[in-house]
Design a protein around this ligand. Sequence first.
Ligand SMILES: *Cc1c(COP(=O)(O)O)cnc(C)c1O
Length: 501
Amino acid sequence: MDVFYNSTRNQGIRVKASEAILKGLSEDGGLFVPDHIPALDKSLKELSAMDYKEVAYEVMKLYLTDFTKEELKGCISRAYDAHGMHGKFDTEEIAPLVYADGAYYLELFHGATIAFKDMALSILPHLMTVSAKKNEVKNEIVILTATSGDTGKAALAGFAGVEGTKIIVFYPKNGVSPIQEKQMVTQKGDNTYVVGIHGNFDDAQTGVKKLFADKELAERMDRRGFQFSSANSINIGRLAPQIVYYVYACAQLLKEGKVAEGSLVNVVVPTGNFGNILAAFYAKNMGAPIGKLICASNENKVLYDFFRTGIYDKNREFMLTSSPSMDILISSNLERLIYWIAGKDAGKDRELMEALAGEGRYEITEEMKTGLEDFYGNYASGEETAVRIKELYEKTGYVMDTHTAVASCVYNKYVEETGDHTPTVIASTASPFKFTRSVMLAIDGKYERMTDFELVDELASLAKVSVPAAIEEIRTAKVLHDHVCGKEEMQKAVERFLGLV
Ligand SMILES: *Cc1c(COP(=O)(O)O)cnc(C)c1O
């Protein structure tokens, strides 16, 4: 059965998958949601005999029903390749499972930029170009992104050199880690453009939204053969590929005899914008044998409070933590869950989202709360996170990054609170090499005085793994982007890059 996409704020809007991918966001400000969650049409046993690409096809074909088999398989094989010159992943399994101290770590960081964003951003450019063709879009697609670090580089790596696209990334000049900045400003590809802005992430985000909404600019761009699109996590072209690895993980555990056929697996996800854990929720509702969905937050624990009370309240201090990719107070993708637990009631969803935009807070009904039974939320402080990194390393030799460590802490809290020892998968969202300083200082304060790249080498010898290519590359890479502009000059920067002025 074909899947169409409705807006969470207007049931009357109904588009095909390829249209939803091209648009990113619905015109009414809502997010596109599938009109039904399709059921897996292969058994877990059958899926367990498949490799990552084959599982990706079995899952994504159910969502992208207006793609032909050849189109979808083409996208998948170009994205998830561990071989040859253009191989984007550094491991055959794409998403390996590593057992350590009572849980399976699902390593989602083996792509080009060593964070889980690669799992979806390596395929999104291909989905986007196929969607453009299907809808007879003649314009070049200009991806416009504001980033606090991880998304920008993953989107750059995904779109670099992709025909028919250009990508522009704005990042806060003094608001990203040195490794994150170096990763972005050394990006190759004629179709890439990276600009630091004098301002913070919110300024970058606000500027980008303004550009998206500028009708006059859109018309001028259209005359010159360009149109904007979005690569951020509200695009269903990012959500669908993220469902794949949860199904794959369940299938791999069955294959390795770690779980019996028909028994459940819990998942723990370090959460910011709620995209990754929402994908696990979709996987469960498709029939993957997933039990609890454990939502792990850092000190920005707005989701923890929500799961305990049914009240979402962003009126609080924004905390800078050692897991910066989860420093967020508005988890955009939660809207898709709200819509679902409201019984697909777009009116109710709109009412709550307007309250969020107005008062910064909303409360769900008692009835909606019953839809959250599969979720468990908790959080970990920076101190707890650091202690857990050191503890796991000393116990097992396994070194995890700060975001994964938040999940690992929350998992331990969950087990202590519930006594539930169901086999558990922890989504490991970044390589420890991406947050080397926080990770190494958690293990030993003596690393304080080392430089970032000295720490990289020290981590490699400590964890007995080789330095990822993504880090090796930037050690000596030339800076190719040194544009910096004021937050008021973002439009000018875009016009200059596109040759509109
Ligand atoms: C983006 C990110 C997250 C949060 O994922 P969401 O889908 O936004 O919840 C967690 N960890 C890392 C390393 C990330 O880059």
